[in-house]
Design a protein around this ligand. Sequence first.
Ligand code: ATP
Ligand code: MG
Length: 336
Amino acid sequence: MLLEVDDLSVTYRTGNDTVRAVRGVSFTLDAGETLAMAGESGSGKSTVALSLLRLLPASAIVTGTVRFEDENLVEANWARMRAVRWAGASVVFQGAMSALNPVRNIGEQIREPILLHERVGERAASARTAELLDAVGVASRRAGSYPHELSGGQRQRVMIAMAMACRPNLIIADEPTTALDVIVQAQILTLLTDLVRDTRIGMIMISHDLSVLAETCDRMAVMYAGHVVEIGPSHQLIGEPKHPYTQALSGAFPRIGDPSSRLAPAGLPGDPPDLRQTIEGCPFAPRCAVSFAECRSHDIGLWSAGAHRESACLRVLPEFADRPALPHEPAIEAAS
Ligand code: ATP
Ligand code: MG
């Protein structure tokens, strides 16, 4: 097992508020496997991604375990974390312009981690830089170019080359293509997926766009209000969703690059719950058209829902499967 996340919770402290952004998330990832994380804005996707490599601000309190290559990163010291961040696992964020250094050419920026972490000489580092640029589809003669001389798509490719520089075993891509146009998005996603397949590394890909995720990832986890509410093979999960939230999401199956899908992906009435509050029972119950009384009180866990599939809906348990839904009520607006 490459990565084993168990009961991960993250709380942000801001002023007088505590925001429980991630609430008991568990999942695993094998080498060579790709896992998608979906869910509407604010569901906790980036918080999970950042917490894996301890990239969260100091205001965040993390509990649970993140076992990566048999080491619990939640307890690792900072020297270990620095090493893991380059050589073990790396992150590709959206918005390459802000992540690249504007006054240094891209060749230098790719070479730097190689020199630092691979203990090779200048010549070998330059050769590897050229190889990486070729692999991501940027001509290696562009190594002397500065970020502003490249297109958005090329900059995102350079970010991917940097993430691959020290041959990590895990890549975490948080909305790596959101800022790009549709055609370039598809190219970059194909590139990432091919790199992952060819090198047998693991990947976690975050997006609010289900169609992007279904095309690129073997398995998918759907997040809602800090919980994973459903997990399983991507195509099954979208084709035959078990959780009412996934059903609503996939019912509004957005097209690649459709920005209107972002804030209210399913066109659902109501808002997600206020993450400053304790949530009793299922966090989706107030918006769920098929909920019943116990949904508001019963502890929610991920239950088996067929081969390789789990859902956090009480209806997957035999005793609740046929429970009639309470009369449909208007969605409850979260306090703000
Ligand atoms: P998006 O699709 O918009 O990127 P997301 O699923 O990645 O959303 P997160 O960024 O993980 O969501 O945020 C989860 C929750 O944590 C949100 O309610 C957000 O407001 C809150 N949050 C995120 N970062 C902080 C922070 N630094 N301080 C306080 N609250 C935060
Ligand atoms: Mg995010």
